[in-house]
Write a protein that binds this ligand. Structure first.
Ligand code: COA
Length: 318
């Protein structure tokens, strides 16, 4: 299963740390030192469904295919305009595809979960060309008076097209070489929303015990990479790029140290995107492809961790 195209879309409005200083008891220095973030895109006049469709169209164009070629759409999303239908169906209608669609909500790990599903569907022969989109607007779920949360998030959509390809089943293959996903629901209340239509008929705000999540995030991100590399039979020294979930630069630094991978090989977008939940990895992939960072044959390790807790990793050769 090969990755044949990527696309991305960010809201037009950029909120800098200086802009946050205007209405919050915070500082550019605190945000940069504690998170590595300097700015983030925040949805305002746009609709998330339009950003998702734009990212999808760009990925389709990049792949050189038509919407009719797509035979399955998976969308990773936590919150959007509607409780139902799922965003995947809205994207399908907008781009003019004619295929089955499904949404997955695994929070910040959602893109990896979606790719794991796509990989299985292609391997089973049930699909040949799959569009995976992650579209997120966490800034609609934050209390803009809560400085410990609202500075951390940004919005955006990233998309990728995957196509079936014959492989030899060994480590010389291209495409997704291995995936490994995990969850531990026993600690869900460290990172969750306080609202829901059944609970209180409110959308709710994100609540996070930052220190607890920080502690869990580092070993989870390390495990995602180490276990998927093990399955792929690939050594960390053979990894050309590591694309982690973009939640905090200190977490990324620490994971890179534990994996013994040089920061020159780590894709960092948290500085200008903030934490865009499941969209962070496809946004980073699309940005890196567009910048010509990745070369044919490169091995890319990916890992993410988020609410649930969910986490996981994967290895791709392009
Ligand atoms: N500006 C200024 N001060 C702030 C602030 C802000 N935006 N947010 C919190 N503070 C203050 C706190 O009130 C606290 O003050 P106190 O010492 O007087 O009580 C101090 O800064 C330290 O807060 P703390 O929460 O301990 O900071 P931290 O170093 O743990 O960093 C996070 C906070 C959220 C950046 C960090 O815990 C984190 O990144 N957690 C993991 C997030 C993550 O990985 N999510 C992944 C899944 S989405």
């Amino acid at each position: 299963m090969k990755i044949i195209g990527t696309g991305r879309a960010n809201p037009a409005k950029i909120v800098t740390n200086a802009m946050l200083e205007e209405f919050l008891d915070t500082s550019d220095e605190w945000i940069r030192e504690r998170t590595g973030m300097t700015e983030r895109h925040v949805i305002s006049n746009e609709k998330l469904e339009d950003l998702a469709a734009e990212a999808a169209r760009k990925a389709i164009e990049d792949a050189g295919i038509t919407p009719e070629d797509i035979d399955y759409i998976i969308c990773s999303n936590v919150v959007n305009e509607y409780i139902t239908p799922g965003l995947s169906c809205i994207i399908q209608g907008a781009i003019g595809a004619k295929c089955a669609c499904v949404d997955v909500n695994a929070a910040c790990s959602g893109f990896i979960y979606a790719l794991d599903m796509a990989d299985d569907r292609i391997k089973s022969g049930k699909a040949k060309t799959i569009l995976v989109v992650a579209a997120e607007e966490p800034t609609r779920m934050v209390d803009w008076k809560d400085r410990s949360i609202c500075v951390l998030f940004g919005d955006g959509a990233g998309a990728a097209i995957f196509r079936a390809a014959e492989g030899t089943g060994d480590r010389s293959d291209t495409g997704i070489l291995a995936t490994k996903i995990y969850a531990d629901g026993s600690q869900y209340d460290h990172l969750c929303s306080d609202g829901g239509v059944s609970l209180n008929q409110k959308a709710g705000f994100i609540h996070m015990d930052g220190k607890e999540v920080f502690k869990v995030a580092i070993p989870s991100l390390v495990q995602g990479v180490e276990e998927s590399l093990k399955i792929a039979g690939i050594n960390i020294n053979e990894v050309n790029w590591y694309v982690p979930h973009q939640a905090n630069l200190r977490i990324i630094d620490s994971v890179a140290k534990k994996l013994e991978i040089d920061m020159d090989k780590v894709v960092v977008t948290v500085d200008h995107h903030g934490n865009t939940s499941a969209a962070s990895i496809p946004l980073a992939l699309a940005e890196s492809f567009a910048a010509g960072k990745f070369k044919k044959g490169d091995v890319i390790a990916i890992s993410a961790m988020g609410a649930g807790f969910t986490w996981g990793g994967m290895v791709i050769r392009i």
